[in-house]
Structures are given as C-alpha cells and as structure tokens.
Ligand binder design. Sequence first.
Ligand code: AMP
Length: 558
Amino acid sequence: MRYLELVELFEALSKTTKRLEKTKLIADFIKKIRIEEIDNTMCLLTASIFPPYDKRKIGVSDRLILKAISKSTGIKAEEVEKLWSKIGDLGDVGEKLLKEKLQKTLEVEVLTTNKVLANLRKLAELEGEGTVDKKINLIAELLANSKPNEAKFILRTILGELRVGIAEGVIRDAFAQAYNVEIKDIKKGMDLALDYSEIVKLAKQGSFKLVKIKVGRPLKVMLAILAADIDEGFEALGKPMQLEFKLDGFRVTIHKLGNNIKLFTRRLEDVSKQFPDVIDVVKKNIKGDNYVIDAEVVAYSPKTKKYLPFQTISQRIKRKYDILELAKKFPVELDVFDVLYHEGESYLDTSLKERRKLLTKIIKEKPGSIILTKCLITDDLGKAKEFYHEALSKGLEGIMMKNLNSLYKPGRYVEGWMKLKPILEPLDLVIVGAEYGEGKRASWLTSYTIACSSKEGLKIVGKVSTGVKEKDSEVTYESMTKILKPLIISQEGKSVKLKPKIVIEVGYEEIQVSQTYDSGFALRFPKFMRLRTFEKTIKDINTLEDVKRIYEKQKGKK
Ligand code: AMP
C-alpha cells in the first residue's frame, strides 16, 4: 500500500473531533487492507513500529530527528531547532521544511507502508560505532522521499504519537463496525493476541473468535481487584474459596516450546536471559513439552529460608552483564499458581480447581527453588483470617482470594480474583506534574503531583517529595529529574505539567477528604516508596474507587 493512503486517513482523522466519524473512517480503511499488508498497516495505524508483544526499541531521540530533518532538507540544525521551539511538534517542523524544499526537488521515490516500516525497524538493529549517523541516514532517506504530509506522520510515528485523536477505543469500535462483531469479543481476543493485525486477519477469514494462545508469544496475565476484607472476598467469590499467599516478587509467565523456555514479565518484556537459574529450575521440575505457566519470582534467602522484598531482585531484571554472579548473590524461588496451556491444550476455559489439580501433577516441588504457591481452600472465616495473618507474619504482602470455578481471564480485572493487603496499603499512582526545588535544588524537580485513575480521567490526590534522597540512593532528585524532564508538556513558573507516564508507589498515613485536589481526597504524609515503571503502566494504577474504599474502611476503624 502507498504510505500516502494511510497519511490521507490520518489527515481526515485530524479534521474531525467526532468519534463516530473517526470510527467510520477507520472502519472503511480496515476493510480495504489486503491480507498480506495487515501486519505492517496495523502497526503504522497504531503508531507502533513493532507489534505490541515485540519490545524492541528504536532508540531515537528528538535531537537525532532534528539532525535527520536537517540532513534531508539541507537546512542547518540550529535553524531546524529554532523552528521546533516555535512550533513545538517535530512532525510539523518536518512538514513545513519539506514543503519549502519541495519547490526545489523534482523526482522522488513513491513510499510504501512496507518501505517506511522496514526503514524504521532497521533503526532497532543498529548498534556500536557510527550508529547515530546510520540512524540519521535511515530517517533522512525516508524524509527525502516523502511528501511533506508523509514526513509529518513518519516523524510522529518515530515519536510514538500520531496526534490524530485515535485512542485504542476508537480502533476497537471501528473494528466492531467493519466486521459487525461485539466489542466484548474483540476485547477478549485482544487480551490474548495483543495485536489487532491477528484479529483483523482472523476476521477477514471469517473465524474471528478463534484467537488462540500461542506458546512463545506473551499474553496479558489475569489480575485481581482490591478487596477491603475477607468477608468481601467470600461475598464476591463464593464459599468455599481458594486463598493463596500473595508474594512480593514479580510476575512471570513461563512459555515452553520444545527446548525453548521463555520468561515474560507482566508488561510482556522478555527476561529469559536475566534468569538462567529460573530457566534451569523450570526445565528440571515442570513436566511437559509445551506449556504456559503463571508464577511469581520471589527473592529468597537460603540462609534464613525467608522471602525478601521485591527491591532485592529488582536489579536482576534489567541487568545485561554478570548475570550468573548476580543470580548467586540474589537467589530466587519460583512460586507457581496457575497454568494456562499444557501439552497442546488451552486451560483458559477450565476452572481454577482443575487448573490447580493439573499443577500438582506437573510440578516437582523443591522449596527454595520452585513450589506451588501455598493455598488454603475454606469456607470458614476464622480459618481464612488465620491464613491471612500467617501470610502477614511471614512478611508477605497479603493474600489473594480466588473463586474456585473461575476461568482464566487474561488482562482483566474481573470477578474471579481479589487481593487483600493490610489497610493503608501503598497506592500506585502516576506523576502528572512536578515542581523545581529551592536554592541548591533549583535545577531538580523535587515535588511530584500524583494522580489516580477514574472514569473521568486522572484525578490528583496529592504531592509527594518525602522519600526521595539528595544522593546515595536508587531514586534521587537528580535521577527523577532525568526521567521526568522529557515528559514536560508545559511550564508555569516553577511548576511543570507532565505526560502521565511514570508510575510510583506511594505510602501515606491517612486519606483525608479535601477540596485542594480534583479527586476530593488528599493523602496525608505521602511518602515516595519506589518507582513502579518496570511493573506498571498508567493502566494499572489505583483508581478513585480504591481511594474511596480505603478512606471508608479507615473511617470505620477509627
Ligand atoms: P498488585 O501488584 O498489588 O496489583 O498485585 C497483583 C500482583 O500480585 C500480581 O501481578 C502478581 O505479580 C502478584 N501475586 C503474588 N502472589 C500471587 C498469587 N498467589 N496469585 C496471583 N498473583 C500473585
């Protein structure tokens, strides 16, 4: 397909603010895509260079884009930069400069969606000496062959935002319209496939509902909603229910296909290389040629035989060197709690009770290396409370409560699972603004405005500064400033507004009703506990409902 066809769709989308019109434009477009072009076109339509389960990064900074524009137009980088600070959007800058240049050039190659994506994907493969120049050349080559409006959208794709007002919901609606299918079925399919191109392909073949688990391709894991207490668990999940220890490690789904074992995090990142010890344990102690298993990797001290908090192993996740050494220094135990696929069969539609039974058959437990997460099936409130207190006395986060008949629902907060942690549990919130400090802290962002989610968008619940150190810590004002600065949207005096991207865990002493913030609540004595960017995105933060519930519960306790 000519890239211009897609650009024309983007332009039409940016000319209307009406959701229904946008939906129709996309629906008509999706129907037109030929089957062999679906993969690439769906990527470009969602401003992604790789499919959602492929976590390769192209590593292109604003500055590099600036140089590529300069190279392809022959205009000095300083001039391009000046225009950028005036216009604010590098895509618009590229379009404007190419319009001016176009009057001078004659022949250009016709760009196809395949060519655009191929060049952009090459960016991720470059490494080592001369990388920057090679990247500039790849982008400049595309720009040199672009019409001005094509350049605008190529640049915006590199930046990861098309700015044509198509949130995921619109694409989903368009898909439903194009193929006359129900939104809930699309959602279900997407939680497994993660990728619209697979869904579109199936729909074109008339077998849309047949999305299947593919061993080796990550999928969204099942999640739990927050419960106020055990009673609420029994009420929502029925009697008896299954209680499990809730461990403070990190979630992995383990995929085995033949000899190939892969570990994916909850955010779909492949961490197989970082955990050769876990791979080894899996190989030796889980029966089967192919499977997908859900588990928690927890830091474990062989000396004290106790679990350690997540921070102990957080550094293992991103580590690229000395991996074996680090594995020895920070050993882990694999706590398995679910199975989604085994020996060619999907267990998504099998009850938890049966899935657990299968786990007991295929896992050889070896405490300190691999166990089935400790569980208790009971209808007795007293026993359940005892189990909860046992978890807390072992220093664990709390418990999970699960409906014995629940099916495995990837990616959704549904009725099947609930989590229970001590009241005033820390909240996961997103940073939406920040303030520069005073005196010697003037160049650092030292106070962070934090928000929870709600049906009406993000709602502020306070500002946090305590807990971040000046130096000698994993999280310092300097490191936070580095992370947050690229996200600045606007500045007024010392305050900046930020793109909501960085999720942090915040502790506090109390939740108060307050007129100060638009949530109607304020955290008293908030404390920065840790960065959650590795495990959580803005979609995973706590909701206003959670805040209200904790507030109510705390009121009841007084
Ligand atoms: P939270 O991070 O507080 O939203 O809690 C959800 C996380 O708890 C999951 O993503 C898992 O990583 C973790 N978890 C720990 N133990 C269990 C368990 N027994 N069942 C399910 N998830 C668990």
